[in-house]
Design a protein around this ligand. Structure first.
Ligand code: HPA
Ligand code: ZN
Length: 365
C-alpha cells in the first residue's frame, strides 16, 4: 500500500505542490536533532523507538471510529512533533530541509501551509516562526531555485477569535495589499480537526484575508462527519457567497452532483493527496473515484499533505500512485501538473517558466 518505486518519468517531471503542511515534513532525524539542541526529553528511549512511532495510526477520527488506547490520533502525533520547534533556527531548518527535498524531487514551486497557532499556544514567539520561514523562503530561492508562497492556516478546532488574533499578529509577514508586508504568505487556509467545525465559522477570517488582497483555501477532509455540508459551504457560501478559491482534499464531492458540478461551474480546484486516503481506502474504490471526478471536469492536482507522518510518501510517491492505479497516461500526468500551475498563486513569470518546461516534455516516449 505504501511505497511504489518512483519511475524515471515521474522523478523527472517538473512539479508544483499546493497541499503540504510544513510541520508534517518534520523527519524523525530532524526531530531527534532539535530535541537535543533544545534540551527536550522525548518520550522515546532510542532513535529507533522514535522512528517506529511514525507508523501512525489509522484512527484518524476518534470521534467517529473510537479511540485505540495508547495510540495517538494522526493530529495528536502531528502536534506532538511540533514540540521540538522552539527557535527561529528550528523553523528555518525545518523549512530548508523540505525545500531542499523539493529541489531533489524537481518541485519547482510550492505553497506550504503553516500553523502559527500550534506554536504560539506553546509559548513560542510568532516572530520566530515567521522569520524562520521567511529566511528559508529567500534562501531556498537563491540556493535551490525553489520558489514558495506560504499559506497561514487557522486551526479550526480552536476558537475563531484566537485564529483572528493570530492573523492580525502575522499580518506584517503577509503579501497581498498589506502595506510593507514582507511577502511570506499569500493566502489563508483552514486546517486541523474538522469535527463539528464547518468552514462558515471562519467567515470573518476569510473576509480579513480577502480585504488584504490574499487568497483563500480550506480543507474539506475526506470521510469527515458532515463532509457534504462542509463542502457545500466551501463551494457556495464562504467568502460572501463567492466560495473558496481552492479546496484541500474535497474528494467527497464525487458523491453528489450538486457538489462536483459546483466545483466545475465555479472553477474550484481540488488539492488531492492520494496516499492520505489510500491509507484507509481500498485501491479499487479510491482511484476510480479520483478518475471519475477528473472525467467530470473537476480540476485537480496531486500533493503529499504530511509526508513524514504518512509513511514517507512524498509528492513523487503520490504522483506515482495515480500514474499506476488510475492508469493515467504520461500526457495526463503532465496535465495534472499543468492544473497545479493553473491553480497556484505564483507570479506570472514563474508560472510561464513551468508551463514552458511542461510543453517540452515528450509524452510519447
Ligand atoms: N487534516 C487536517 N489538518 C491537518 C492535517 C490533515 O491531514 N495535517 C495537518 N493539519
Ligand atoms: Zn492537509
Amino acid at each position: 500500500m505504501n511505497g511504489l518505486a518512483i519511475s524515471p518519468f515521474i522523478a523527472a517531471l517538473p512539479k508544483v505542490e499546493l497541499h503540504l503542511h510544513i510541520e508534517g515534513t518534520l523527519t524523525p532525524s530532524l526531530r531527534w536533532e532539535l530535541a537535543h539542541r533544545n534540551k527536550i526529553t522525548l518520550p522515546y528511549a532510542t532513535f529507533e523507538d522514535l522512528k517506529a512511532s511514525y507508523a501512525v495510526t489509522l484512527n484518524h477520527r476518534p470521534e467517529l471510529n473510537g479511540r485505540q488506547p495508547g495510540i495517538p490520533t494522526f493530529l495528536e502525533a502531528y502536534f506532538a512533533g511540533c514540540e521540538v520547534l522552539r527557535t527561529e533556527e528550528d523553523f528555518y531548518d525545518l523549512a530548508m530541509a523540505y525545500l531542499r527535498r523539493c529541489a531533489e524531487m524537481n518541485v519547482r514551486y510550492t505553497e506550504p501551509f503553516f500553523d502559527i497557532q500550534a506554536h504560539t499556544r506553546r509559548g513560542v514567539a510568532a516572530t520566530a516562526v515567521l522569520d524562520g520561514y521567511l529566511r528559508a523562503q529567500g534562501d531556498a530561492k537563491c540556493q535551490f531555485g525553489v520558489r514558495s508562497r506560504w499559506i497561514l492556516c487557522f486551526l479550526r478546532d480552536e476558537p475563531v477569535a484566537k485564529g483572528l488574533a493570530a492573523y492580525v499578529e502575522a499580518r506584517p509577514w503577509a503579501a497581498g495589499t498589506v502595506e510593507g508586508g514582507k511577502g511570506l504568505f499569500h493566502a489563508v487556509g483552514l486546517a486541523s480537526n474538522a469535527y463539528e467545525r464547518p468552514p462558515m465559522l471562519f467567515e470573518e477570517g476569510f473576509a480579513l484575508a480577502k480585504a488584504d488582497g490574499l487568497h483563500v483555501t480550506m480543507h474539506c477532509d475526506f470521510g469527515q462527519k458532515d463532509t457534504h455540508e462542509h463542502m457545500h459551504e466551501a463551494i457556495f457560501q464562504v467568502c460572501d457567497g463567492h466560495g473558496s478559491e481552492r479546496i484541500d482534499h474535497g474528494l467527497d464531492a464525487e458523491d453528489k452532483e450538486e457538489l462536483w458540478q459546483g466545483l466545475v461551474d465555479r472553477k474550484i480546484g481540488l488539492t488531492l493527496c492520494p496516499h492520505a486516503y489510500h491509507r484507509r481506502t481500498a485501491t479499487d474504490v479510491l482511484f476510480p473515484k479520483i478518475r471519475r471526478l477528473r472525467d467530470r471536469g473537476v480540476k485537480m492536482c496531486i500533493n503529499s499533505d504530511d509526508p513524514t507522518l504518512m509513511h514517507d510518501v512524498w509528492i513523487d510517491g503520490n504522483m506515482q500512485k495515480v500514474y499506476t492505479y488510475c492508469e493515467f497516461s504520461k500526457a495526463e500526468m503532465v496535465q495534472l501538473v499543468r492544473n497545479a500551475v493553473d491553480m497556484c498563486w505564483a507570479e506570472e513569470d514563474v508560472k510561464s517558466a513551468i508551463y514552458k518546461e511542461l510543453d517540452e516534455i515528450n509524452v510519447l516516449e
